[in-house]
Design a protein around this ligand. Sequence first.
Ligand SMILES: Cc1cc2nc3c(=O)[nH]c(=O)nc-3n(C[C@H](O)[C@H](O)[C@H](O)COP(=O)(O)OP(=O)(O)OC[C@H]3O[C@@H](n4cnc5c(N)ncnc54)[C@H](O)[C@@H]3O)c2cc1C
Length: 310
Amino acid sequence: MSEQMIVLGGGVIGLTTAVVLAESGRDVRVWSRDPAGETTSAVAGALWWPYRIEPAGSVGDWALASLRVYEELAADPGRTGVRLVEGLQSGIRLSELGPWAAGVDGLRQAPDGVRARIPLIDMPTHLAWLRGRLEAAGGTVEIRALDALPDAPVVVNCTGLGARTLVPDPGVRPVRGQLVVVENPGVTEWYTSVDHSSSDTTYFFPQPYGLLLGGTAQDDDWDLAPDPRVAEEIVARCARVRPEIAGARVLAHRVGLRPVRDAGVRIEAETTASGGLLVHNYGHGGAGITVAWGCAREAAALAASRTPLL
Ligand SMILES: Cc1cc2nc3c(=O)[nH]c(=O)nc-3n(C[C@H](O)[C@H](O)[C@H](O)COP(=O)(O)OP(=O)(O)OC[C@H]3O[C@@H](n4cnc5c(N)ncnc54)[C@H](O)[C@@H]3O)c2cc1C
C-alpha cells in the first residue's frame, strides 16, 4: 500500500489534483472546508480561456494540457459537464493572444473579434463527476475545516483563497465576480467582451441550467452578497448585445471570489519542520478551470517524487 496523501481543498484544483494522484496508484484523502457545490469553482462560468492568471510563460502550457483533456471529456457532456461550444471574444485580435493560441484548433480572426469552439463547462456537474472519478480510483472526500496546514508525510495545498490565511500568503487576494443566471431566450453561442476602460466585462454563456450573464472583477472585495444594482447593470450590458436577454426571467444570482496571487500561480514543494512534503497548488485567479489539468499534473509529480509506489 502506498503512503497516504492529503489533498487540502475540494474545488476544481484539489479534485483534479486528487484524481491525477489516485489514478497513479496513490492513497488520496481530500479534506475540504466546503462541499464542492459551495466553492468558487462551482460559481465559475466556466469557459476555457486564460484570463486574469499569471505567469504567462507557464499558463499557456497548463491551459493547452487541460484543453486536450476537456476535448476528450466533451464526448460525454451529460456526465462530465464539458461541452465544446462556438462563440466570440469580441473586440480582440488574434495577434494580441499568447503563443498558446496556435494550439487551439479552429481559433480564428473574424471581423468583430476572435471566434473559437472551445470547452464551456457546467461546473456543478463537472465537480460531481470529478468526485465520482476520484472515488472510483479509491480516493475519498471529507468535510474538514483547518486553521493550520496539517503536519502529515505528504500534503498538497489546493485551498485557493484559503491559502491567504492558511500558509499564510498575503499575496493571495480576492477579485470579486458577480453573475446573473436567466432563462435562456434562445442563445446558443457564448460571447465575451472586455471593456479596457473599466473592470466590468460583458459575457454570456449558454449552460444547461440557464444563460449565465457576467460580469465584474472587483479587486480586494470580499462581499459575497449579490448587489441588485450591479445585477441590473449586467443584464443591461448583455441585452445591448442580444436584446432578447432584457426580458429573460432571472433564475439566480451568483458571487465568487477569484483567488488571484500577485506573484502568479504557486506550484512548489517544500519540506516541513517534521520532514513532511508540502506541495502548493493555489492562486489560479480567473482561470483555474482553464489550467486545472496542467497544474494538477505538475503538482502531482512533485507530490509523488518522494513517494514511489511500493
Ligand atoms: C465569477 C467567476 C467566474 C469565473 N469564470 C471562470 C471561467 O470562465 N474559466 C475559468 O477557468 N475560471 C473561471 N473562474 C476562476 C475559477 O473559478 C477559479 O480560478 C477556480 O475555481 C479556483 O479553484 P480552486 O480549487 O483553487 O479554489 P476553490 O474552488 O475556492 O476551492 C478551494 C477549496 O479549498 C477549501 N479550503 C479553503 N480553506 C480551507 C481550510 N482552511 N480548510 C479546509 N479547506 C479549505 C475550500 O473549502 C475549497 O474546497 C471564475 C471565477 C469567478 C469568481
